[in-house]
Design a binder for this molecule. Structure first.
Ligand SMILES: NC(=O)c1ccc[n+]([C@@H]2O[C@H](COP(=O)([O-])OP(=O)(O)OC[C@H]3O[C@@H](n4cnc5c(N)ncnc54)[C@H](O)[C@@H]3O)[C@@H](O)[C@H]2O)c1
Length: 300
């Protein structure tokens, strides 16, 4: 039975990954400090350690006999990292370095790093391909990008097998509906539930490539086992189709109101051909169909 360690396994994407790993008969150890993650997300069959990845001494022993590390713990999201760049840096960079050091010393088979499409920032050409120069617009984007570079460096100089998955706007079961960590879809659903107008930032023409958490989880598991990766490759994990904020608001329904724009990229759209080639990964879930079911479930 393969033994996996998931950092951030009580979070949105991490907990979905833990569930699937357990379903596929993996033994799972979770490290999470429950800062944005929740105990109720935790699969009872996972071995849980409430620890902070900034504490190398504490987390290091848990890497013994681990086959695959999935590193998802992070100070996630753009706006909070602008408000507190130092804490974001400490978690996203020092924390990631600790995970890589512990993984290297324990000689794990592979580290799969959760990277972010925010590394691209604003680009003039679409779709986004992995060989475009990174141009992050926030401390979060910069830190997630440096995390990728660290992974590649650990592969180059220590021979640690790593691969980075650049997620594009992940949505699905257990996505946040409130708070600073909530993405636009969660905000809209929550506003609709509260009978409030949906707040569209700027003109609402910004476009995002929305990707299902089911597909993000599949990508992680494929990336851990594929023999075509392991040298710090960076791979887009995106649906390859995007929607504007206005289109998303129309799908959720109800009145809208425009608020001040934010510093954010105009568009994201993944070229996902590398994921297909190296991982055999294909997106399987479409946002409009998923949203219909989700709206029914939420009573909208
Ligand atoms: N959700 C997205 O659309 C998206 C897009 C791109 C990249 N990502 C990346 O995917 C990963 C998971 O994101 P998510 O959306 O599930 O966010 P999340 O906030 O739900 O999950 C992050 C988890 O990490 C834990 N954590 C935070 N700091 C920690 C620390 N210092 N020590 C231990 N645990 C800590 C949190 O408690 C939480 O459970 C992150 O690395 C994020 O950068 C997410």
């Amino acid at each position: 039975m393969p033994k996996c360690l998931v950092t951030g396994g009580a979070g949105f994407i991490g907990s979905n990954l833990v569930d699937e790993l357990i379903k596929q008969n993996n033994q799972v150890v979770v490290i999470d400090n429950l800062s944005t993650g929740k105990k109720e997300n935790l699969n009872p069959r996972a071995e849980f350690h409430e620890l902070d990845i900034r504490n190398l001494e504490k987390i290091k022993p848990l890497f013994a006999n681990i086959d695959y590390v999935f590193h998802l713990a992070a100070f996630p999201r753009v706006q909070p990292s602008i408000e507190d760049p130092a804490t974001a840096n400490d978690i996203n960079l020092n924390g990631t370095l600790n995970v890589l050091l512990a993984a290297r010393d324990a000689k794990v088979k592979r580290v799969v790093y959760s990277a972010s499409s925010s590394a691209y920032g604003d680009q003039t050409k679409m779709p986004l391909t992995e060989n475009m120069p990174a141009h992050p617009l926030s401390p979060y984007g910069l830190q997630k990008y440096v995390g990728e570079l660290y992974c590649r460096l650990f592969s180059d100089i220590f021979g640690l097998s790593t691969v980075s998955l650049r997620y594009f706007n992940i949505y699905g079961k257990r996505q946040a509906l409130v708070g600073a960590y909530c993405l636009v879809m969660g905000t809209f659903v929550n506003q609709r539930l509260a009978g409030k107008p949906l707040t569209i930032t700027g003109d609402g023409n910004n476009r995002r490539d929305y990707t299902s958490v089911i597909d993000a989880v599949k990508a992680n598991i494929l990336a851990s086992r594929s023999d075509r990766v392991g040298r710090g490759e960076v791979i887009n994990i995106g649906r390859g189709h995007n929607f504007s904020v206005n289109e998303l608001a129309a799908m959720i329904g109800g009145p809208t109101v425009h608020i001040a724009p934010r510093l954010e990229p105009r568009e994201t759209l993944a070229d996902n051909s590398l994921a297909k080639k190296l991982l055999g990964w294909e997106p399987t879930v479409n946002l409009p169909e998923w949203l219909e079911g989700y709206k029914r479930e939420m009573g909208l």
